[in-house]
Design a protein around this ligand. Structure first.
Ligand code: NAD
Length: 486
């Protein structure tokens, strides 16, 4: 039996608008459930159109002063924010575990990644300027001004709220924008604490507003006339809704969406090093990660050996209490997710997939939570549901290839393009694959997370725009050109 969520650490559920807490909202409430036990933790007030209006108004009111603040002052506030995220990393981690059931051993990185994003982006605040542009034939001075958009609506998913807040708000705030954040009702607690820390750090009231809510709140926010830019992290289905809903206003949208990322494993790969990676797509966040390697494409000569090694490893993975620091794999988010994932598992053999490990919902002491065994299928048909659709759960699809050409076609053979992984000892082949794979991010012979200084994002159905590095700052600035006759 898993211990109940430690309710005493939970903030009283609230919204943060214009620097003030609100404990009631017009959008009703959501009964939040701890994924590890299936038990209610509290009732989350949901923003309705009224609160969305108030939050956008607060962000608009705060925007000019924040954009015009001396860059070194804005920098110092963001550095202070990062320090508070580090100071409260432990509580933020535990709130993140209660939010979505992702084990402490994984969730513990979130506050530090968020802090790193603020530290990194704080460094850009005093370097944002513009360029002098060559002009002809009329003598002129032409220069650009990099300006913030104004109010950014930030919609984040439930699978890593603190992580997403750090990745998006780091550049958005450093660039001089104010934000209205809509955390998902499924995972709201860590974001509430994040809002408290923003105020404590000295961010002026209204620069960061936090309005938990569901799809209705998201729709009201993204279509609001006071919003100048949208940052959406979530599923392709919701992204399509947003894009059509904002078409009349043509609000610019930055999209970080899902994936079906392939790892191409050539027969010269270091199989011992590979062992630490092969099941990561299933184990990390119980497979609920956008960049997880959920398809393994394995060259024929080593195919059986790799499948055997993965089977042996999968049998060793114990599902357990996400609050226990030793647990590597916890539950999935809710019962709806269990039904969806189990449906895909049940359909896979009908499309040719051969079950290697797992395949069942966990019972016994875990029966009240939403635990699914780490599940592996081999011989997966590249056109089948398991190879083409994001499961967002702990299910790995292994397929075979013979030639490099075939591997490239298989890896590129979905509508997604977020990440791709290559395992080979041949440097020339690694570079060749990196250029041929259609994805925003390529990792070769290992994965240690997303570097904060590097561009991150997808192509195709995996999104548009980039976070991280100078690309992230540019995503939240727009260039204005100034031409002065000389
Ligand atoms: P989702 O699309 O269901 O929800 C995402 C957010 O959108 C939530 O806050 C939700 O309340 C809101 N929303 C729902 N309907 C809306 C509407 N009509 N208008 C505006 N907002 C609306 O996705 P999810 O289930 O929360 O998250 C899982 C998805 O997110 C997966 O596809 C995953 O791959 C993707 N993801 C991508 C990244 C990335 O960086 N690329 C990171 C994490 C998750």
């Amino acid at each position: 039996m898993i211990a109940d969520a430690t309710l005493d650490i939970l903030p009283k559920p609230k919204l943060l608008i214009g620097g003030r807490d609100m404990f009631d909202a017009s959008g009703g409430t959501h009964g939040h459930v701890y994924a590890a036990t299936g038990k209610l933790t509290g009732h989350i007030p949901l923003a309705g159109p009224e609160e969305i209006d108030a939050a956008v108004a607060a962000a608009r009111a705060a925007a000019p002063a924040w954009a015009n603040m001396l860059p070194n002052e804005r920098r110092n506030i963001l550095i202070r924010f990062a320090q508070l995220l580090q100071r409260d990393a432990d509580i933020l981690t535990r709130l993140s575990v209660i939010d979505n059931g992702i084990p402490l051993s994984v969730a513990q990185f979130g506050p530090h990644v968020a802090a790193d994003s603020f530290l990194y982006n704080a460094g850009w605040t005093d370097k944002i300027g513009g360029d002098v542009i060559a002009t002809w034939p009329t003598p002129a001075l032409d220069y650009t001004r990099d300006e913030p958009f104004g109010v950014v609506a930030v919609i984040i998913p439930w699978n890593g709220p603190i992580y997403a807040l750090g990745m998006v708000l780091g550049p958005a705030l450093a660039a001089g924008n104010t934000v209205v954040v809509k955390p998902p009702e499924l995972a709201p607690y860590a974001a509430m604490r994040f809002g408290d820390l923003a105020l404590e750090a000295g961010l002026p009231a209204g620069v960061v507003n936090i309005v938990p809510g569901g799809p209705a709140a998201g729709a009201a926010l993204t279509t609001h006339p006071g919003v100048d830019k949208i940052s959406f992290t979530g599923s392709g289905a919701t992204a399509r809704h947003i894009l059509s809903a904002v078409a009349p206003r043509m609000t610019p949208v930055h999209l970080e969406l899902g994936g079906k990322s392939a790892a191409v494993i050539f027969d010269d790969a270091d199989l011992d090093a590979l062992d630490a990676f092969s099941l990561s797509g299933v184990v990390n966040n119980s497979g609920q990660g956008c960049i997880n390697a959920t398809r393994l494409l394995v060259q024929s000569r080593i195919y059986d050996a790799v499948v055997d090694r993965i089977r042996a490893q999968a049998e060793q993975i114990a599902l357990g209490d996400p609050m226990d620091a030793a647990t590597r794999m916890g539950p999935v988010i809710d019962d709806r997710a269990v039904q969806r994932i189990m449906g895909m598992i049940e359909r896979a053999p009908g499309e040719g997939g051969r079950l290697v490990a797992g395949g069942e919902r966990a019972g016994g002491a875990l029966a009240d939570g939403y635990f699914i065994q780490p599940t592996v299928f081999c011989d997966v048909d590249p056109q089948s549901e398991l190879a083409q659709h994001e499961v967002f759960g702990p299910v790995l699809a292994i397929s075979r290839f013979d030639t490099e050409e075939e591997a490239v076609a298989l890896a590129n053979g979905t509508d997604f393009g977020l990440a791709a992984y290559v395992w080979t000892r041949d440097v020339k082949r690694a570079h060749g694959m990196a250029s041929k794979l259609i994805a925003g991010n390529i990792w070769v012979n290992g994965f240690t997370g997303i570097p904060i200084s590097a561009p991150f994002g997808g192509v195709g159905q995996s999104g548009q725009g980039r976070l991280g590095g100078i690309h992230g700052i540019r995503e939240y600035l727009r260039a204005k050109n100034v031409w002065i006759s000389l």
